[in-house]
Design a protein around this ligand. Structure first.
Ligand SMILES: *Cc1c(COP(=O)(O)O)cnc(C)c1O
Length: 397
């Protein structure tokens, strides 16, 4: 089926909640996505940080196919090996003690919110249920995670929203401390605000939040849905902040392209979530877990050193490009600010025309290439970006 037919049919029948790019992706291999008429795109998006091993990695596809032929699903009433294997490896890798599996980032964050409230309820009784999140954060599209998201634009149309969320400015420990009272049970944050424009938090602030949580017995939830699973050059971004959270959520890159979300909990919080407190029909699905286990196989220390090295190469190249005023982020999660008059959307469109796929986040261009990106891929992307930016003149002042 050709591009035009696919687009027309999609526009006719799929709910228009996305502003899609006018291209169809039919298949992919490694760093490249291909269209129906042979279009070839170098993909620096990973499907928004999902395809951590690129398109259709052979080991990953094999493991998924083999598991699909063996057992595609049972229910959470029974045990399966891929799920327990993945949980054990996630705990070993992160120092956390227990894992709950769901199917998405928002669902993982819902689980984290529930676990934090249950912990507080068990210790302190009802009424200590408020969660402080940060302004400019993003935690998902379900009603509770929309409410947790600290951006007014997300708090429209769909009310009533949940009670029990307060917002503090990122970086302002004093203001955050003032919001804590006898009703507070948790603080939830992203270490790099991804959808918010790739904005890293200040390490001193983050460690201040950790001690505040220790002092007041608050649950610290770190949303690593975007930053986790090697994206920033360490398995968790927490490692680079020397941070030990009480709960970490993962999703995007964990499944290597299949839907999965995970809530990682320490013993203190995990102990409060007994049988019947939470569940998911699809959570821990053996096919998805088999794929995720291959992602974990691949993320050795030397592989992660490569992520950091390629991240540096990309950052240095981006900083040298015309019209670039700032590059933020860590590892292979980078946000690029352009001079006034050059919009990230215009750069994205022009890159796509030249065969490079990039993302935006707020006013910035965002790059989340697959973790398998090579020095050569980065050079190619920088060349295309250079051509695009050279052809753009910022607005006259
Ligand atoms: C993408 C994202 C989510 C939501 O994940 P979904 O899988 O779309 O539900 C939550 N938190 C962060 C930090 C994200 O980047």
């Amino acid at each position: 089926m050709d591009t035009e037919k696919v687009i027309v049919r999609d526009n006719d029948y799929v709910l228009h909640t996305y502003k899609r790019n006018p291209i169809v992706i039919e298949r992919g291999h490694g760093m490249h996505a291909y269209g129906p008429e042979g279009q070839d795109y170098l993909d620096f998006t990973s499907g928004i940080g999902v395809n951590s091993l690129g398109y259709c990695d052979l080991d990953w596809a094999d493991a998924v196919a083999r598991q699909a032929h063996k057992l595609q699903h049972t229910s959470n009433l029974y045990y399966t090996a891929p799920c327990s294997k993945l949980a054990k490896r996630l705990c070993r890798r992160t120092g956390m003690n227990k894992v709950f599996f769901g199917n998405s980032g928002a669902e993982a964050n819902e689980g984290a919110i529930k676990a934090a409230r249950k912990y507080s309820f068990d210790r302190y009784g009802a009424g200590r249920d408020q969660i402080i999140t940060l302004k400019n954060s993003f935690h998902g599209r379900t009603l509770a995670t929309l409410t947790a998201t600290g951006q007014d634009g997300f708090h429209q149309f769909f009310g009533p929203f949940n009670d029990g969320f307060l917002y503090a400015a990122a970086g302002d420990l004093g203001a955050l401390t003032k919001l804590v009272d006898e009703h507070t049970c948790a603080i939830m944050l992203e270490l790099i605000q991804g959808e918010g424009g790739v904005v890293p938090l200040d390490p001193a602030f983050v460690l201040g939040v950790r001690s505040l949580c220790d002092d007041r017995d608050l649950v610290l939830i770190v949303d690593e849905v975007q930053t986790g699973v090697g994206r920033t050059g360490t398995f968790l971004a927490c490692e680079q902040y020397n941070l030990r959270p009480d709960i970490v959520t993962l999703a995007k890159g964990l499944g290597g392209g299949l839907p999965i979300g995970a809530v990682l909990l320490n013993d203190r919080v995990a102990g409060c979530m007994g049988p019947g407190t939470h569940g998911s029909t699809f959570g821990g699905n053996p096919v998805v877990c088999a794929g995720a286990n291959v992602v974990l196989d691949r993320l050795s220390d030397s592989f992660l050193a490569g992520v950091r090295q390629h991240g540096e190469q990309l950052r240095e190249g981006l900083e040298k490009l015309p019209h670039v005023t700032a590059v933020d982020g860590m590892g292979l999660m980078l946000g690029v600010q352009f001079e006034e008059g050059i919009t990230a959307q215009a750069v994205l469109d022009a890159c796509r025309e030249r065969g490079l796929l990039v993302l935006t986040a707020k006013t910035r261009m965002r790059l989340l290439p697959p973790l398998i990106v090579t020095a050569h891929d980065i050079e190619r992307a920088l060349t295309i970006l250079d051509e695009v930016l050279c052809s753009m003149a910022p607005a006259q002042r």
